[in-house]
Design a binder for this molecule. Structure first.
Ligand SMILES: CC(C)(COP(=O)(O)OP(=O)(O)OC[C@H]1O[C@@H](n2cnc3c(N)ncnc32)[C@H](O)[C@@H]1OP(=O)(O)O)[C@@H](O)C(=O)NCCC(=O)NCCS
Length: 223
């Protein structure tokens, strides 16, 4: 069955991750004739416009935006404030069927991969067999994700990261730009592997590790 086109989506967030989602939708429409998503606007507590699109409401307006039939893309991920990010997400209560799963047409995603509702996959991402991506997780450009990887909900895999096979990543965690996780390792909940770092071991919940090989830097902020 053909998918429906021009479903109106509101991007939750602003000029950071939100605009990357905007760029993906626009490029899919312009270069790939993929008209599944149509940007209605943004939703955040600060702006009136983002990139010329109207901000259609604050986060507290989401229940009425749900009633008005919109879909939503999750575009908030405060680097280093993962607990705050999660508390914002959990306060929204958007039903699964209203999360927009947005995939750039240049991405390679094996047929056996499971993408939970609201996943965002950007340009040139590679996702190998039997991998599972949790709800509203963002997979940014030029990432490589091996087979049998499990990534929890609302995590963030930044540009150029490589995750080798059989890795587990928890809830609301980060794999920062150009970093690599070797096979069979585990990144906990609210945990982070820093930029250009190499994880050769597990990273426990709430810990930030950096360097090559990565070592403990500090605990995640809890506010
Ligand atoms: C992990 C991270 C948040 C640490 O940043 P920070 O909290 O500002 O850390 P600081 O700059 O205070 O650095 C503290 C120390 O750790 C070192 N350090 C910080 N990040 C490092 C990294 N990625 N690799 C190696 N060392 C690092 C610093 O050199 C400094 O060392 P010093 O005390 O000897 O001078 C940051 O490195 C990072 O990865 N940011 C995310 C980038 C990203 O992917 N953004 C998403 C884009 S979409």
């Amino acid at each position: 069955m053909d998918k429906l086109n021009n479903k109106p989506v509101i991007i939750i967030g602003g000029a950071g991750h939100g605009c990357i989602i905007e760029a993906c939708i626009k490029d899919n429409r312009k270069r790939y004739n993929d008209f599944e998503w149509d940007i209605a606007g943004f939703c955040n507590d600060y702006d009136q416009y983002v990139d010329g699109y109207p901000v259609l409401g604050k986060l507290s307006d989401i229940p009425s935006l749900i009633d008005n039939g919109y879909y939503f893309a999750w575009g908030i991920h405060l680097i280093g404030r993962n607990l705050k990010t999660a508390s914002i997400f959990e306060s929204l209560n958007i039903p699964d069927e209203r999360w927009a799963t947005i995939i750039h047409r240049s991405a390679f995603i094996d047929d056996s991969v499971v993408l939970e509702p609201g996943t965002f996959v950007m340009y040139n991402a590679y996702i190998a067999p039997r991998t599972h991506i949790g709800k509203c997780t963002m997979i940014k450009a030029n990432t490589n994700i091996g087979h049998d990887v499990n990534i929890g909900a609302i995590s963030h895999i930044a540009m150029g990261a490589t995750i080798v096979s059989c890795v587990d990543i928890g809830y609301c965690s980060d794999v920062a730009v150009s970093s690599t996780i070797l096979a069979n390792n585990k990144i906990g909940d609210y945990a982070m592997l820093g930029a250009s770092s190499l994880a050769t071991h597990d990273i426990p919940d709430y810990e930030i590790h950096v360097g090559t090989p990565a070592k403990f830097l500090k605990r995640m902020r809890e506010d």
